[in-house]
Design a protein around this ligand. Structure first.
Ligand SMILES: N[C@@H](CCC(=O)N[C@@H](CS)C(=O)NCC(=O)O)C(=O)O
Length: 215
């Protein structure tokens, strides 16, 4: 029986898993949940993820949420190539470190911007100092990322670290649409741009692109 993947349009956590499913050519049924219709808060979905967040997956009688755990599960459950995590212990450790760094140091300020720019309906109620602080933290991480490339991909071959960082970076222009004074896309360095474009050129990329971003 095919695995069921629950996701939401524009969720970077869901997107990293979506890219991974496609990259590994895993057979799955995608279930796109609407945030505006609160489909992630239904009793059915709450039974799968009591935190009422996407992504989540159901694999026969097994359910799992938390995107980084999902990436590891998928790689071990479907061990055939291509791998999301290297077979080499130290490369694998560095990949895990990069995912952890993405969630802690990039994801956290990014979520501040989501709160301020997407969840605060009235622009005059936005906390400008909080926005500037998050912007500064993201710029610092972008510079660190740029300096960390030592191959076309983050850790050797295309995998879990790339999908994690890519889906966070792809959100940056969305913030700039809400607040024109933010300098985020312009803080992406040249090596990071080449890497980003190579992910956007993947044959399955379009299939994973957030549907509501096309509207
Ligand atoms: N740590 C979680 C984060 C998941 C998460 O925050 N998902 C957001 C979408 S980006 C969500 O479902 N939010 C629903 C809500 O807050 O009501 C993961 O890595 O899967």
């Amino acid at each position: 029986m095919a695995l069921t993947f629950y996701y939401g349009s524009g969720s970077p956590y869901a997107w990293r898993v979506h890219l991974a499913l496609e990259h590994k050519r895993i057979s799955y049924t995608g279930r796109l949940l609407s945030f505006s219709q609160e489909e992630h808060k239904t009793p059915e979905f709450s039974a799968i993820n009591p935190r009422q967040r996407v992504p989540a997956l159901v694999d026969e009688d097994f359910t799992l949420y938390e995107s980084s755990a999902m990436l590891e599960y998928l790689d071990e459950r479907f061990p055939s190539e291509p791998q999301l995590f290297s077979g080499d212990l130290r490369t694998r450790a560095r990949t895990r470190r990069r995912i952890r760094e993405a969630d802690a140091y990039f994801g956290e300020p990014l979520e501040v911007l989501v709160e301020e720019l997407f969840s605060t309906a009235d622009p005059s109620a936005r906390d400008a100092a909080r926005i500037r602080k998050a912007e500064g933290a993201l710029q610092k991480e972008l510079a660190r990322l740029e300096d960390s490339f030592n191959s076309p991909f983050l850790e050797g071959s295309l995998g879990a670290a790339d999908f994690t960082w890519y889906s966070f970076l792809a959100l940056l222009p969305r913030f700039e649409l809400r607040s024109r004074s933010l300098a985020l896309s312009s803080a992406i360095g040249p090596k990071t741009r080449v890497w980003k474009a190579s992910i956007e050129a993947l044959p399955y990329f379009e299939k994973t692109y957030p549907p509501h971003w096309r509207d």
